[in-house]
Ligand binder design. Structure first.
Ligand SMILES: NC(=O)c1ccc[n+]([C@@H]2O[C@H](COP(=O)([O-])OP(=O)(O)OC[C@H]3O[C@@H](n4cnc5c(N)ncnc54)[C@H](OP(=O)(O)O)[C@@H]3O)[C@@H](O)[C@H]2O)c1
Length: 151
């Protein structure tokens, strides 16, 4: 499996890819390309841009995205994130993304239901931001408990 890093700037993408390649060694190939090229090649496309840049970014990628491609949007309007919760309407695509999340050390992928549930998660994010402000911290978080370890 290869990894492609996208950027608006080809040189920046190559530099980031090279840095990651150096870090992980030769176990996997890392490439750097401009965003539309990444969208045309990747099986799984992860969009990680600032919230304000999301509409223009998606428009710039739209014509490159292929049928059947999995698009993961991790962009959230607020800085505090509720990590590991995966929403989506395509069961097979969601399983692929949950498996990816589980592969990240310290992250437990949790199936958070249909895409419409992402609105609820954004509201939880707003709650966490207000808790951070009220308690003068940056670390308020939520943990999902009571699930079987295999889920
Ligand atoms: N769901 C979660 O658990 C979670 C966790 C963390 C972060 N996030 C979200 O993920 C998103 C990315 O976070 P981040 O910290 O990686 O953001 P970031 O470092 O500010 O931006 C990521 C990249 O987006 C590109 N970018 C910046 N401005 C842009 C613009 N106007 N148009 C198009 N591309 C632009 C830049 O790449 P180039 O200059 O190379 O194009 C930049 O390196 C945010 O929305 C953040 O809230 C979610």
């Amino acid at each position: 499996m290869g990894l492609i890093i996208g950027s608006r700037d080809a040189d920046k993408a190559k530099a980031a890819a090279s840095k990651i390649q150096t870090t992980i060694g030769s176990s996997s190939r890392v490439y750097g390309l401009v965003n539309p090229e990444v969208a045309s090649k990747a099986d799984i496309l992860v969009v990680t841009v600032p919230f304000a840049a999301l509409p223009d970014t998606i428009k710039s990628l739209k014509s490159s995205i292929k049928p059947g491609q999995i698009v993961v949007n991790v962009t959230v309007p607020l800085e505090t994130a509720v990590g590991g919760l995966v929403c989506g309407d395509d069961t097979d695509a969601k399983k692929v993304v949950l498996d990816l999340a589980k592969a990240i050390p310290g992250v437990r992928g949790v199936d958070a239901g249909p895409l419409s549930n992402s609105r609820t998660i954004e509201q939880l994010t707003a709650l966490l931001v207000s808790l951070n402000i009220r308690y003068g911290v940056k670390t308020a978080g939520l943990r999902i408990t009571g699930l079987h370890s295999s889920t």
